[in-house]
Design a protein around this ligand. Structure first.
Ligand code: SF4
Length: 378
């Protein structure tokens, strides 16, 4: 079934490592942007032909910081979604929130609107690391936000955590994991920092003001994360994602399993009728054009060559890996016929393993994911 991603590109302040499409200090755009989102949703057939009225079993508000919207703005968007699509009973409706804007009253309001899953940007519980990252919340506010959501009756709760940070050591990672595992979470996304060009972090690291931990230390941190999460009963089901049984992110799983999804909002991506599309990035232009003209800035048709490549490198992000039967059903050929010369050496190197379903990353392959994925691009 289809999913809908809605992008909210506003943040209180830009974090120092972040190159996501989000902007601080442009709150004056929030109200007209919400109206524009509703117009785009009503006009969904224009850029996603045949999508109007489609059954949705996942809706995902991502950002940016969706929790900067007022509850009435969230309601306005959800009303449009429910009116122009067919949101199924029991649909997973996820909302990303940051601790500085997730109060008890706000969490209660979200629950009342039918939001049943929250993804909360914690990143660390160490005050020094939060400051280095440029986060505007404290460790206590992070914990309070998660409890506020739980007390509001939202049981499906995910938190984001980072490692491989400047000045961080293994003891910090262990301390963060201990704090995380004391919270009522069903899911966690735990990422190693990626240094993105153009960010203040990139400048500070390249000029020597900040120093990242060495690669072997980051690898050890990753192993500590996997071990602690598994001991705590979380399934490591995707490179950076951990879930208690039955609590995988249904929406994100669509991305990795080649399932079509639609989207709304600046820079939002979709996969629809074998096209990967990215929305325009300019907020004033988006506000002007929504409901009147196409909002797609980039469209790539997924042809017979690109389809199997996409399928494999996305599927391999999940520990379940490539499903050989699903691959054959999708492309009419076997994964070995398409990628035999890629698969065999990766298996020999111990990076991939053959499973009952097909092929999956090994424990060793997890640390070299990007190399493995790149082998599938021809
Ligand atoms: S809150 Fe999230 S999206 Fe916003 S600047 Fe920080 S990391 Fe980026």
């Amino acid at each position: 079934m289809t999913g809908l991603y809605i992008h909210i590109p506003f943040c209180r302040q830009k974090c120092r490592y972040c190159d996501f499409p989000s902007y601080g200090g442009v709150d004056n755009y929030i109200a007209p942007y919400v109206k524009a989102l509703c117009r785009e949703i009503a006009d969904s057939d224009r850029d996603h032909p045949g999508s109007a009225g489609t059954a949705l079993d996942t809706v995902y508000f991502g950002g940016g910081t969706p929790s900067l919207l007022s509850l009435s703005q969230v309601e306005e968007i959800l009303t449009a979604v429910r009116h122009y699509f067919a949101v199924t009973g029991g649909a997973e409706i996820t909302f990303e929130a940051n601790p500085d804007s997730l109060t008890a009253a706000y969490a209660k309001g979200l629950a009342g609107l039918g939001i049943n899953r929250l993804s909360i940007g914690i990143q660390s519980f160490q005050p020094g690391l939060l400051r280095t990252l440029g986060r505007i919340h404290t460790a206590d506010e992070g914990k309070a936000a998660i409890w506020a959501a739980k007390n509001a009756g939202i049981d499906n709760l995910s938190a984001d955590l980072m490692y491989g940070l400047p000045g961080q050591n293994l003891r910090d990672v262990d301390a963060d994991l201990k704090e995380l595992l004391a919270l009522p979470l069903t899911h966690a996304s735990i990422y190693s920092l990626i240094l993105e060009e153009g960010t203040p972090f990139y400048h500070d690291v390249t000029t020597g003001t900040l120093e990242l931990p060495p690669d072997d230390c980051v690898e050890t941190m990753g192993q500590a994360v996997h071990a602690a999460m598994e001991v705590a009963g979380f399934e490591h089901y995707e490179i950076s994602s951990y879930a208690r049984p039955g609590n995988r992110s249904r929406h994100n799983t669509k991305y990795w399993q080649y399932v079509p999804y639609v989207s709304a909002g600046v820079t939002a991506h979709s996969f629809w009728h074998n096209c990967r599309q990215a929305h325009i990035a300019n907020i004033p232009q988006y506000i002007r054009l929504a409901g009147q003209a196409s909002l797609i800035g980039e469209r790539v048709e997924i042809d017979a060559k690109r389809g199997p490549e996409d399928y494999c490198f996305l599927a391999l992000r999940m520990r379940d890996g490539i499903d050989a039967k699903a691959f054959k059903d999708q492309f009419g050929t076997t994964v070995e016929a398409e990628f035999g010369t890629v698969l065999a050496p990766l298996v020999t190197q111990g990076l991939l393993q053959q499973t009952r379903r097909g092929y999956a990353l090994t424990e060793k392959g997890l640390a070299y994911g990007n190399y493995v994925f790149s082998r599938f691009i021809r």
